[in-house]
Design a protein around this ligand. Structure first.
Ligand code: ASP
Length: 437
């Protein structure tokens, strides 16, 4: 069976509900559906969840939230009426409004209603059973998820059934509603997939998977067909916007494939994320993705005879620790060492940091290079294959891009290099064009 989760843009209006229904009903294995609250219909629109938070803030400060509440109600009734569904929402909304006015509804309960009503509508539309998340997503007193109780409850409640359940929230041991952090419906979907040992967890959104490169830099980059969690971490660490790591631990633990799909292009295969792939379907694709970030600084120092001295690097790092700077890379030579860190982190105390390094290490030279961009080519298939970095640097050289720093870990999952900020976009394009196209 397949667990399908639909994000806010897939639930934004009646037209999107129709697409979701077509997707779910086109495959009898799609028996468990997790939904977000309706998101934005266009760029100037509001997400229902944001409106609910706003409503809560108004009430807290004693300002009536009626206009906002009415907007929320009308989003749902419009979807219902356009789909011709015969379901009474007004009574439940009236009870909710009374509770808000009497200050009897907690913030968490209020903001969770976005998903709740979304799931009610979708259940009616699909002809599936509505299962309240409060009945199966169980939190511990400290707010962490009680995995055993959650899995057990869903296994019992969903057995042999077709269900729609809301994302984003669950219940505390005393039954009170508790929410995950924003975007938390992804976690609900992952929990459902893990509880039911699904064959796949489909996460439906508005993009056809994770792209190989930033579309603002590369025209129409291809989506990544298959990616491992380790690669994903490398890609997201160096800039790419992908799934929140904390949101997928339940499927990762059970090695259930996570498939990112596009509700607006349901025939696109999307991206499959797994712990490992036993067989690579594209054996000649060495690079899984290309990413990077601008605005790093390199502090570089040299001192004759440094290679024979103990503790020079330690002293440099101690200064940075004192200033709470997290160092990203430490490229070094025989008698010199450099540290690479974001300019934003270094800038406020740069001169103090340099003075302390000067005092404590007494280098022969101490320099700072700004405007450095770091580019990462990530790919599990680069490991133990000679010639990839050669090809990569040859392509950059042929394009006239000067490389300021090189870093590769022994796991060979990535090749990271520094270029001038001005060469950043071009470096990404050159790599994309020479390795992907
Ligand atoms: N609706 C919630 C939010 O916007 C949760 C979700 O959609 O994942 O954060």
């Amino acid at each position: 069976m397949k667990v399908t989760k639909f994000g806010g843009s897939s639930m934004a209006d009646a037209g999107q509900y129709r697409k979701v229904r077509d997707i779910v009903l086109s495959d009898p294995e799609r028996t468990v559906v997790v939904v977000s609250a309706p998101g934005k219909r266009h760029s100037k629109d509001h997400k229902i969840t944001d409106l609910l938070y706003l409503c809560n803030a108004h009430t807290k400060y004693g300002v009536a939230c009626d206009p906002i509440f009415d907007m929320i109600v009308s989003r749902y009734t419009a979807i219902r009426d356009e789909l011709g569904l015969d379901i009474d929402l007004e009574t439940e909304f009236a009870v909710l409004k009374k509770g808000i006015d009497a200050k009897k509804i907690s913030k968490e309960e209020l903001v969770s209603r976005g998903e709740y009503f979304s799931a009610k509508l979708m259940a009616a539309y699909l002809g599936f059973r509505f299962l309240d998340a409060a009945d199966w997503v169980k939190f511990n007193l400290d707010g962490t998820i009680n995995q055993d109780a959650t899995y057990q409850a869903l296994k019992e409640l969903a057995f042999g059934q077709k269900i729609v359940t809301p994302g984003f929230f669950g219940a505390m041991p005393d039954g009170k509603i508790h929410t995950f952090s924003r975007g938390g419906s992804d976690i609900t979907g992952a929990l459902a997939a893990a509880a039911l040992d699904a064959d796949v967890y489909e996460n439906w959104t508005d993009v056809s998977g994770i792209l190989m490169a930033d579309p603002r830099i590369v025209d129409n980059p291809e989506p990544i067909a298959e990616v491992t969690y380790d690669e994903l971490r490398e890609l997201s660490y160096s800039g790419a916007q992908v799934l929140h790591e904390g949101s997928i631990f339940p499927v990762r633990e059970k090695n259930i494939p996570l498939n990112i799909r596009n509700t607006n292009a349901p025939n696109d295969p999307g991206t499959i994320i797994m712990e490992r792939f036993d067989e690579d379907h594209e054996p000649d694709r060495f690079i899984t993705g290309i990413t990077g970030m601008k605005d790093f600084s390199i502090i570089s120092l040299s001192k004759r005879g440094m290679s024979n001295q103990v503790g020079v690097l330690h002293k440099v790092l101690t200064v940075l620790v004192r200033h709470n700077i997290s160092v990203d890379y430490v490229p070094n030579g025989i008698d010199n060492v450099s540290v690479v860190a974001p300019t934003e982190a270094l800038a406020p105390n740069l001169y103090t940091i340099l003075a302390e390094i000067q005092n404590e290490v007494e280098p022969d030279s101490l320099e700072v290079h700004d405007q450095i961009a770091v580019v990462a080519a990530v790919g599990r298939q680069m490991a133990y294959r000679p010639g990839i970095s050669g090809r990569l640097f040859a392509a950059l050289g042929a394009a006239g891009i000067n490389i300021r720093m090189i870093n590769q870990g022994p796991d060979e999952l990535n090749i990271i290099f520094g270029v001038d900020n001005k060469d950043y976009k071009n470096a990404i394009r050159v790599l994309y064009n020479s390795f992907v196209k």
